[in-house]
Design a protein. Sequence first.
Length: 388
Amino acid sequence: MPTLTRPAPARPPIRFDRNELAGAFGDLGTDLPLLIGVIAASGVDSAGVLILFGLMQVFSGLWYRMPMPVQPLKAFAALVIAQKIPGRIIFGGGLAIGVSMFLLSVTGLIDALARLVPKPVVRGIQFGLALQLATLALKEYVPAYGVPGFALAAVAFVVTVALLGNRRWPAALVVIALGVAYALVFRLDLATAQRAIGLHLPSWHIPQTADILTGAVLLALPQIPLSLGNSVLATRQIAADYFPERNLTVRKISFTYSLMNLVSPFFGGFPVCHGSGGMVGHYAFGARTGGSVVIYGGLFLVLGLFFSQGFQQVVQIFPLPILGVLLLFEALTLATLLRDMSGRPADWLVALLVGLLCAGLPYGYLVGLVVGTAVYYAMQRGWVGLGK
């Protein structure tokens, strides 16, 4: 007799165990540097950024009840850091992208886009993100402290390999503990830590029309292709890979994406999204429910409420080589998703092409999305030599 598949429970349980705690650190290497850079470049209030970022994590964990973390908008953050864009434009751009994603969601256009973009292109977007994360880890984080940093990274790498998948001793927890011990012994300045302590709350902001329009042109337009490719389509694919019984739709993902950005700007929060890399990072280090995301959000809530005054100084004591190792394993896990393309040479080629375009070109995610989709359908119709 055929085996019957049990339907997923209407409200899947949330756990708060050691594996969820370990998974909570799976995206730390991506988020922390972006948040630090944005706060330093724009002068926005760190309390608002951290508290809203934490609240959105908690919201996502409770809403999805799976490891669906929230990330800063990457293209958005890169432009803010490079051009030192002020907070009023950031909040206006955040509201603009929230409205844009809301319209795509409620009109159903996001579903049409999901049907149009083929799976090899989505895998290519994930591969491009893996290349970028691995490059960041190996070029910026691991070499940060010279020879001692390489030694620390080597130890963390060996520990991670030895414990990866271990449910009793989760790799991320042991590696984070190693990093904390290193920071306490070699990098902690008690005077700086004491000055950072104090209660801070976010302040109210009302984006002006001019700031919304400026933010839409400067920040939202360059971000949308990356969001459509990685935050919505690729995240839906990851959810289907890891949690097929949940039947998560692109419309639901884009709706919560929009909802977060319709709220955050009014309280000084930096614009955020969901992300396939974040889900992979949480999952790779042990998370299987929304508990890891709630724990992760709690960490940022504590930082924002009580340590935001000296946030940059406090978090920078944590060793970058450790973050680099965590980021590298997130990248490797993303890259391994290409394995389901291996039996189809044409699909494999499209995925590789898209990944290289995404990682190597300005506006690479837009170029990869468009070019990869066009090449895929050209192959399907026999217009290019490789065929199916």
